[in-house]
Design a protein around this ligand. Structure first.
Ligand code: SF4
Length: 379
């Protein structure tokens, strides 16, 4: 039984300090608080989110679309950037069918030409193809289905009130067939050790994404196992036919998430996932939305840096300098091409000679583009 509470909030939109480099979101917004999908591994149960009963008490945010519109209309500084509806909730959980908070929000985003990235475990999103299609035409739209297994029974245990995996995959295909300009794919995360990390499941999920004409598989092996989240998940496992994985799972996490043991496990999984994505010719990163204002080359080059850092990380060679250079570049208040022209690149945060060498070809392209533009204006 879900207890629905209607509540008004002062703010609708949350701006992140740095864009999320998996989904490229700069803003987040939750149409609901809590989530009826009730996934047994849900991280929203951990103490850091201060949510008591994630799946039993669902708050419906009253007037959220109107508040969002007011915020966009009245703000002189709010630049369009990717909005990700749903963080610690699924924007398409069952109550959305009746309340339509997400649909109303999408209408506002369409009106003001804000790009959008949606992650969901529900095929209800198909209802909104009409709006998503227009957002994709005017700016950028990505729909990622969170799918971690093709085994219906296992999915029913892990995510009892979400759409079954087959329905999610079919929704992916339907979106792509109706709106090829919407970027679609699978968020293969979290991949539960000993339940979903076997070769067959990894292959099945990635192969199915290809069959359903997805563009990408963004993957993340392992899962966080924090305080209340861990307790809830382990209890559910113990009382299920999957109880045999409890011991190996706890052993794997016994030295913590940042331990060498865990690191080695994750790198092995990354290698397999990377090879499978190559085999099925699927991107492992989403293509980023690129603005047409002064941020254009900042975002383009930040994307290159962050993709490079991601590749390094999944091959066991993380480089924090590249990561921070990429993240801070998103916040630069002028075009990096102007900084380059003034010969001041080394003043940018975390830019050293190696990073400058890496981004040089893109800077040259940007410079060329600027020159061409001023010439066109002159002619
Ligand atoms: S869909 Fe996401 S937010 Fe909702 S219960 Fe599942 S993991 Fe949690």
């Amino acid at each position: 039984m879900v207890n629905y509470v209607y509540k008004e909030y002062k703010t609708a939109l949350n701006k992140l300090k740095f864009p999320d480099s998996y989904f490229w979101c700069r803003y987040t917004l939750n149409p609901y608080v809590g989530c009826q999908h009730a996934c047994v591994y849900c991280d929203a149960r951990s103490k850091r989110y201060y949510l008591e009963n994630v799946e039993e008490d669902v708050i419906i945010k009253v007037g959220i679309a109107e508040k969002l519109e007011k915020k966009i209309k009245n703000s002189r500084t709010l630049l369009p950037d990717v909005i990700g509806p749903g963080g610690v909730c699924d924007a398409y959980q069952p109550i959305e069918k009746k309340v339509k908070n997400t649909r109303k929000i999408l209408k506002v985003l369409r009106k003001y030409k804000f790009p959008v990235n949606i992650a969901t475990k529900s095929d209800l999103i198909v209802r909104d193809i009409d709006i998503l299609k227009e957002i994709a035409k005017d700016t950028w739209c990505t729909v990622g289905f969170s799918i971690t297994t093709t085994d219906g029974e296992l999915a029913n245990f892990l995510e009892p009130y979400s759409s079954p995996p087959d329905k999610r995959f079919n929704a992916m295909k339907e979106i792509k067939n109706n709106a090829p300009n919407i970027q679609t794919g699978t968020y293969f995360m979290p991949i539960i050790p000993f339940l979903e990390d076997n070769d067959k499941n990894l292959d099945d999920v990635i192969k199915k994404t290809k069959e359903k004409v997805g563009d990408f598989v963004v993957f993340a092996p392992g899962l966080t196992l924090r305080d209340n989240q861990k307790e809830y998940f382990i209890n559910k496992l113990k009382n299920s036919k999957y109880r045999d994985i409890v011991e190996p799972l706890l052993n794997l996490y016994s030295e913590g998430y940042d331990s060498e043991q865990m690191n080695s496990y994750i790198l092995t999984q990354y290698k397999k996932l990377l090879n499978l994505c190559k085999k099925y010719n699927l991107n492992i990163r989403e293509k980023r939305w690129i603005p047409s204002d002064y941020r254009k080359w900042n975002y383009l080059i930040a994307e290159k840096l962050l993709n490079e850092e991601y590749l390094n990380t999944i091959q066991g060679k993380p480089n924090d300098r590249i990561k921070w250079a990429g993240l801070y570049l998103n916040n630069l208040k002028e075009s990096i091409i102007d900084v380059y022209r003034r010969g001041k690149l080394h003043n940018l945060r975390n830019f050293n000679s190696k990073i400058i060498e890496f981004v040089q070809p893109y800077l040259e392209k940007g410079l060329e583009e600027q020159k061409k533009k001023s010439l066109d204006r002159f002619l």
